[in-house]
Design a protein around this ligand. Structure first.
Ligand SMILES: [Mg+2]
Length: 206
C-alpha cells in the first residue's frame, strides 16, 4: 500500500463507478444496443467493448448529432436502475469527514467519470454527498475520454492549478494511467478505503 498525503492538495478528484458507488446498469444490453445503432447508422462495426473507443470513432467523423444520440442512450441505461446503486461507505465517510484526513477546509472535491452528468448527479444525491462536490466532468463534457488526460486538464484549467495540487482516486488501471498521462498523483480507491478503515478503528479506541 502506498502512503497517501493530502498536504498542499487543493483538489481531490474521484472516479464514480467502483470508486464512490457501484452502478447497477445493464451494461450488456446497453452495449448490444450501441453496437446495433452504430451498425445501422454507419453500416460499420464497432464492438463497444470499450464504449470510449467507439465514441472516439464518432468524434473522428465529426458527427456531434450522433454523439449526442449515443450519449442519450447511455444515460437512459445508466439511469434505469440508479436507485439500486450501492454506495461505497468508506469513500462517503472520507468525503463527509475530510478534516480527519488533514484536508484543508477550502480544498475541493471533484468527479471525473465516464458516466453521464445526470447519472453522476443522481448518484451523488442518493449518497447524500451532492453538496460536497464542487465540480463534475462527465461523459458529455470531454471529447477524449480516460485514459486521455483531457478531463484532468479541464479540472486543472477550471481551478488554475498546478499538477502537484491535484490527486486522483479510481478503481481501474485506466484511472491510474489517466493520472500518469496528466502528470498527477493517482491512487486506487482501495488504498483510500484502507486509510479510512485505519482512521475509523483509531477513532474507536480513543
Ligand atoms: Mg470506475
Amino acid at each position: 500500500m502506498r502512503n497517501i498525503s493530502f498536504k498542499d492538495k487543493k483538489v481531490i478528484i474521484f472516479d464514480l463507478d467502483g470508486t464512490i458507488v457501484y452502478l447497477k446498469a445493464d451494461w450488456i444490453s446497453l452495449k448490444r444496443k450501441l453496437v446495433e445503432k452504430y451498425n445501422k447508422l454507419y453500416d460499420d462495426y464497432c464492438n463497444f467493448d470499450s464504449v470510449s473507443v467507439c465514441l472516439s470513432k464518432i468524434v473522428e467523423r465529426e458527427d456531434e448529432k450522433a454523439l449526442a444520440d449515443f450519449i442519450k442512450i447511455i444515460r437512459q441505461y445508466e439511469l434505469e436502475n440508479i436507485e439500486e446503486n450501492k454506495p461505497i461507505k468508506e469513500s462517503i465517510f472520507f468525503i463527509n469527514n475530510k478534516e480527519l484526513f488533514g484536508i484543508e477546509e477550502k480544498s475541493k472535491f471533484v468527479i471525473l467519470s465516464l458516466n453521464t452528468r445526470s447519472t453522476i448527479i443522481k448518484s451523488l444525491k442518493l449518497a447524500k454527498i451532492f453538496k460536497k462536490i464542487d465540480f463534475i466532468v462527465g461523459r458529455e463534457d470531454v471529447r477524449k475520454w480516460k485514459p486521455d488526460p483531457e478531463g484532468i486538464f479541464k479540472i486543472k484549467a477550471h481551478y488554475n492549478l498546478r499538477n502537484e495540487e491535484m490527486i486522483y482516486f479510481g478503481d481501474l488501471e485506466k484511472d491510474m494511467i489517466t493520472g500518469k498521462n496528466a502528470g498527477i498523483e493517482a491512487y486506487y480507491i482501495d488504498d483510500l478505503i484502507n486509510l479510512v478503515n485505519k482512521k475509523k478503528s483509531g477513532l474507536k479506541t480513543i
